[in-house]
Design a protein around this ligand. Structure first.
Ligand code: NDP
Length: 247
């Protein structure tokens, strides 16, 4: 197992891609802390699934968009786990609208959750990882962050921001065996993609050479590699998982 006895924190892991990442890392031998905002029952179920794999699991409730919640989450994590080897910043939201109808609240909510939330988590991870001279960080961006997307100015900006943020983290931490990479999924089957209209989904499918949506497990496999020892010389890079979509 590639991650035997590593300790990992995965944000937004009560469902979707985060859940798949948490389970894959547990399958590879890591103990996992998961975060969620509302879905307590789902989060508890993920913890039970991790425990069935023979690994320790704990769920932390709070919003990554709130500085105090993130600080509390890291404090609780360090009370329960001896170190933080792996951080996966996955929690994210959409609030889509065309430019002319996008409210400032919708714009700011998405930036605050996706980008500022990721910043809060990376900042909390920085000192402990520097101290232990080891760390593997993965952030989740999106095709929209690379290419933009109609109706997603807020989301695209937040996901583009995550790329600069992660690359800066990678540069600042590289000398202490800490890597930070970005995974950029295309359209993945999850509750987030279920929100798309059929028309929109068909249009996107026609642009994907693989002609299907991606699976959360396919994203999890890439993350699992990037947080392992095997990827120690890879940092500050973007990995697209998008069925060949041109960006
Ligand atoms: P889901 O909507 O299925 O799940 C989102 C997860 O994030 C949930 O666990 C949710 O918790 C959590 N979350 C949301 N807001 C917060 C918050 N403020 N604080 C803490 N946790 C929060 O999303 P996906 O699995 O589809 O997406 C996961 C990531 O992948 C996101 O960053 C998304 O932008 C990105 N992505 C997804 C794509 C897709 O096609 N699905 C494509 C490209 C990127 P709760 O259940 O409690 O609400």
């Amino acid at each position: 197992m590639k991650l035997q006895d590593r300790c990992a924190l995965v944000t937004g892991a009560s469902r979707g891609i985060g859940r798949a990442i948490a389970l894959e890392l547990a399958m590879q031998g890591a103990d996992i802390g998961i975060s969620y905002q509302n879905s307590q029952a789902e989060a508890e179920k993920v913890c039970q699934e991790i425990e069935k794999l023979g690994r320790k699991a704990m769920a932390f409730c709070g919003s990554v968009a709130k500085e105090g919640d993130v600080q509390a989450m890291f404090t609780s994590f360090f009370e329960a786990y001896p170190q933080l080897d792996i951080l996966v910043c996955n929690a994210g939201i959409t609030r889509d609208a065309p430019f002319g109808r996008m409210t400032s609240d919708n714009f700011q909510e998405v930036i605050q959750t996706n980008l500022v939330g990721t910043f809060y988590c990376l900042r909390e991870a920085s000192r402990p990882m520097l101290r232990q001279k080891y760390g593997r960080v993965v952030t989740i961006s999106s095709t929209a962050g690379l290419a933009g997307n109609v109706g997603q100015a807020n989301y695209s900006a937040s996901k583009a921001g995550i790329i600069g943020l992660t690359k800066s983290f990678a540069l600042e931490h590289a000398r202490r065996d800490i890597t930070a990479n970005i995974v950029s999924p295309g359209l993945i089957e999850s509750s987030m993609s279920e929100g798309l209209s059929e028309k929109n989904k068909e249009k996107i499918l026609s642009m994907i050479p693989k002609r299907r949506l991606g699976l959360a497990e396919e994203v999890a496999n890439m993350v699992s590699f990037l947080v392992s020892e095997d990827s120690g010389y890879i940092t500050g890079q973007i990995f697209s998982i998008d069925g060949g979509l041109k960006t």
